[in-house]
Design a protein around this ligand. Structure first.
Ligand code: BES
Ligand code: ZN
Length: 882
């Protein structure tokens, strides 16, 4: 079978819906293979839609069992039902009700959208277009209805029955069955519908809102795991308070429920009043979760909660506006984490993530604007660009208009658009209104894809005592956008004098406010600013705090980097200086490995890092980030073309060994000093100490493998928390040999049956950078505890291999690409969303050196040539090759 031609959906073709659905009454009778769904819809024609058109509802794989119009069974000739569509040839002009009965099989649902089973529970995932797999509907985000949901089930199989809104009624029925009715008074789009039925344990807590209303919070988990939900509950309460304090947003229902399931395509979902989570983002105990797992839980719990206002109360008019809820909500969760933890450490982590995932996306064939203009499959647009770059645009907006106007703009947005399905223009209009600024130029960030390159050139004039800074920008072409216009780029800057003192900025070329704020706006292709009264050649700190999602070139001179690392009062740029120095050293090592150029002189750089290890205890998390070398993926991105992952790996390792060797005793001392006898606590300060301690261990092992192995073995045996245990195992994994295999075996024995921990066991093995790993990954996938049906497990093996093991994934014999290709094709009929996501690992194929480029392209072409591809995989393969 040939693959069907993709059906492009275009923003320019948006039309208001022809029908509205004011109320939705669902009656759902849960059954493992034959669930019955009766949907009573109150429909009417949309005054803003077209008159006289027939009614066509969306479906996906549905079986129609009954259809009534205004209470009367419809004649077969008056409608047309296929699995994908229900069309009424003639729809009434007056408001009418439609009663639709469908039958669905949750047990056969392996794609994990619509109604499916996870373990013994029933659950749903409707975003973006999953509701149409439950009943026929106008499954688009601008159709808002008030939902009442009655769920009926076998009481022993599913004692817990949950849906959106507040509980309205429940009771027992004959034959061991029971029911529950839920009413959600807030009009919502279908993608926010949710239902859960199952035998689950739960923990509860009451939250009193600022205005004094009590909200019953509950988190439902697998029986026996209740103890592991307390951190998530604590994070939820903190997020609720933070949204009141920071954005004035209160929760609005009487209950807020979270359910953790083990089979979930994404991280979590913000269904109104009933968030459904991948259990990875709920369950934590010191023995099973790492510090970064705890941080992830805190962030995702907050993110989904924050959607209640940015996503649910105000939703998206259409899926092109996805960043309206996702970019904004990522910004909000980043701000929350900054306030709960360390702002600098959070910012560095967020920018690392942006560069790792979004920059490559933005420079490859899958590049698209933060607000795309066309899609074939919307599920492929939940991307780093929509999310992470989308969050950066909000951050820039706040930087440009200032904190006070940003808050006033948000207030106005909530006031003006509450209860509606809004657009990016709606959102921006609020900020333009409160700040009296014309934001037209800024809007281009939403439409123009690609990462701008900002070039900074400077010249110091000794006689005039002036410092001229020329900032230029250009954005490389991206698919479908060959000509780029200059963007409005806020560039935060400072100048430092000889002794590291901050200089006052004064320039005839910049406004008083630009000088006072240290924030210049680059709105044209190039701009020169000459600063006056500069007594000696200064050091410029540019793009402080990463004030815009751009690449800054060239990196400053080594001398300047060393000075910035020593005294820049912007911690982000201090960290950036260390990264730039590391990059410089690694690329010098690449040259010397290739036989051109001498080994670099890293003495000053190493001295700075040594001081950091010695004195880093006051901010150990920052010190750990600064010690961490750029990853292989970072290096590949910086190289940009003709990438040879092997040589990057060698050069990076050569720096690791040199650094570990040079700092060995200080690192060992730090490792000893930072050991903590107190009971584990996941707070940021304790986590920071563990991070620096484990970064030290890693470098000790790089410099002195025997010593590293001894320390790691001891830490592995003694560790009472997963952070230290896994860090030790990771060091042993790199060192190889019997110690490694013994540790993996013991780890498995200790945690067998604990899926989230065993995922770590799989992932760590899949990322070992050595030749035997590909065969190991094949072995892992043949194990009984590997399953293509569980996304976490697939990601832990295949995802980790393809995204975090560059030398093996890009092996010169093509074995890594073939592995991915085969899994994608095997997975596609079962779970196309997950298959498509895995395939994006090949998106940067054009940046590889010629032999790998050919192999990767061939793998993509074979995928594209396979029969019966899903729309998801077809779309990724097609665009990746275009
Ligand atoms: N709305 C999304 C979940 C989603 C994504 C559903 C795609 C359907 C398709 C949710 O709010 C979300 O963004 N989740 C993120 C985690 C978040 C912290 C960025 C996720 O699942 O990765
Ligand atoms: Zn989200």
């Amino acid at each position: 079978m040939r693959n069907p031609p993709p059906q492009a959906v275009r923003l320019s073709e948006y039309r208001p819906t022809d029908f509205l659905i004011d109320t939705v009454d669902l009656d759902i009778c849960l059954h493992r293979t034959q669930t019955r769904v009766v949907a009573r819809l109150a429909l009417r024609r949309n005054p803003k839609g077209r008159a006289d058109v027939p009614l066509t509802l969306d479906g996906d794989g549905l079986v129609l069992r009954g259809l009534k119009l205004n209470g009367r069974a419809m004649d077969a000739g008056d409608y047309d039902a296929t699995p994908d569509r229900l069309a009424l040839h003639k729809a009434p002009d007056a408001p009418f009700t439609l009663e639709i009965e469908t039958e669905i099989d949750p047990s056969a649902n392996t794609q994990l959208t619509g109604l499916y089973r996870s373990g013994s529970a029933y659950c749903t995932q409707c975003e973006a277009e999953g509701f149409r797999r439950i009943t026929y509907f106008l499954d688009r985000p601008d159709v808002l209805g008030v939902y009442t949901t009655r769920i009926e089930a076998d009481k022993s199989e599913a004692p817990v029955l949950l849906s959106n809104g507040n509980p309205a009624q429940s009771g027992d029925l004959a034959d061991g069955r029971h029911f529950a009715v839920w009413r959600d008074p807030f009009p919502k789009p279908s993608y926010l519908f949710a239902l859960v039925g199952g035998d689950l344990g739960c923990i509860r807590r009451t939250f009193t809102t600022r205005s004094g209303r009590d909200v019953a919070l509950a988190i439902y988990v697998e029986h026996g795991k209740e103890d592991r939900a307390h951190y998530a509950m604590d994070a939820l309460a903190r997020a609720m308070r933070w949204d009141e304090d920071t954005f004035g947003r209160e929760y609005d229902l009487d209950v807020f429920n979270i359910v953790a399931v083990s089979d979930f395509n994404m991280g979590a979902m913000e269904n109104k009043g009933l968030n459904i989570f991948n259990d990875k983002y709920v369950l934590a105990s010191p023995q099973t979760a790492t510090d970064s797992d705890y941080a992830g839980i805190e962030a995702v719990i907050a993110h989904e909660y924050f959607h209640n206002w940015t996503g649910n109360r105000i939703t998206c008019r259409d899926w092109f506006q996805l960043c309206l809820k996702e970019g904004l909500t990522v910004f909000r969760d980043q701000e929350f984490s900054s306030d709960q933890r360390s702002r600098a450490v959070e910012r560095i982590g967020d920018v690392r993530g942006l560069r790792l995932a979004q920059f490559p996306e933005d420079s490859g064939p899958l590049a698209h604007p933060v607000r795309p203009e066309v899609y074939n499959e919307i599920n492929n647009f939940y991307t780093a660009t929509v999310y992470e770059k989308g969050a950066e645009l909000i951050r820039m907006l706040k930087t440009l208009i200032g904190d006070a106007d940003f808050r006033r703009g948000m207030d106005l947005y909530f006031e003006r658009f509450d209860g509606t399905a809004a657009t990016v223009e709606d959102f921006l209009s609020c900020f333009a209104d409160v700040s009296a600024r014309d934001l037209t130029h800024f809007t281009l960030w939403y439409a123009q894809a690609g990462t701008p390159i900002v070039t900074a050139k400077s010249a110091y004039d000794e006689n005039a005592k002036s410092f001229a800074l020329t900032l230029s920008q250009h954005t490389p072409p991206t698919p479908g956008q060959s000509d780029k216009r200059p963007l409005l780029i806020p560039i935060s800057l400072a100048l430092f004098g000889e002794n590291g003192e901050r200089l006052d900025l004064a320039s005839p070329d910049a406004s008083a406010s630009e000088c006072a704020r240290g924030l210049v706006e680059l709105a044209t292709a190039s701009r020169t600013i000459t600063f006056a009264g500069v007594a000696s050649r200064p050091v410029a700190s540019l793009l402080r705090g990463f004030s815009a999602p751009v690449r800054l070139e060239p990196a400053p001179l080594s001398d300047d980097l060393e000075r910035l690392l020593a005294f820049d009062d912007d911690p982000f740029n201090r960290w950036q200086a260390a990264q730039s120095l590391a990059l410089r050293s690694i690329f010098a090592r690449v040259d010397s490995l290739r036989g051109s150029g001498a080994a670099p002189d890293d003495r000053a750089f190493f001295d700075a890092l040594r001081r950091l290890v010695e004195t880093g205890d006051d901010d150990p998390a920052f010190a750990a980030q600064t010690l961490a070398l750029p990853s292989e993926t970072d290096l590949a991105r910086e190289v940009g073309q003709n990438v040879d992952p092997d040589i990057l790996f060698c050069a990076r390792n050569s720096l690791r060994r040199a650094l570990g060797g040079a700092l060995g005793d200080r690192l060992e001392a730090a490792h000893a000093r930072l050991g903590d006898a107190r009971p584990y606590s996941p707070d940021a300060a304790s986590a920071g100490r563990r991070a620096l301690r484990n970064a030290s261990l890693d470098l000790v092992a790089a410099g002195d493998p025997a010593k590293g192995e001894a320390l790691a073995k001891r830490q592995f045996d003694d560790a009472t928390n997963m952070t230290d245990k896994l860090a030790a195992l990771a060091v042993l994994a790199l060192l190889g040999g019997d110690a490694r295999e013994a540790a993996f075996t013991r780890f498995y024995e200790q945690f067998a049956g604990d899926a989230l921990v065993i995922d770590k066991w799989f992932a760590l093995q899949s990322t070992i950078p050595e030749e035997a790993t590909t065969a190991r990954v094949h072995r892992l996938m043949r194990r009984d505890d590997f399953s293509l049906l569980n996304p976490n497990r697939v990601r832990s093996v295949v995802g980790a291999f393809a995204s975090a093991n560059p030398t093996r994934f890009h092996a010169l014999d093509g074995s890594g690409y073939t592995l991915l290709e085969n899994i994608v094709l095997e997975l596609d009929p079962k779970n196309p969303q997950l298959a498509a996501r895995l395939l994006t690992a090949l998106r940067s194929w054009r940046t590889l050196e010629a032999r790998r480029r050919d192999l990767a392209e061939a793998a993509l072409r074979r995928v594209l040539a396979a029969p019966n591809l899903s729309r998801d995989v077809n779309d990724i393969a097609t665009r990746a090759l275009a």
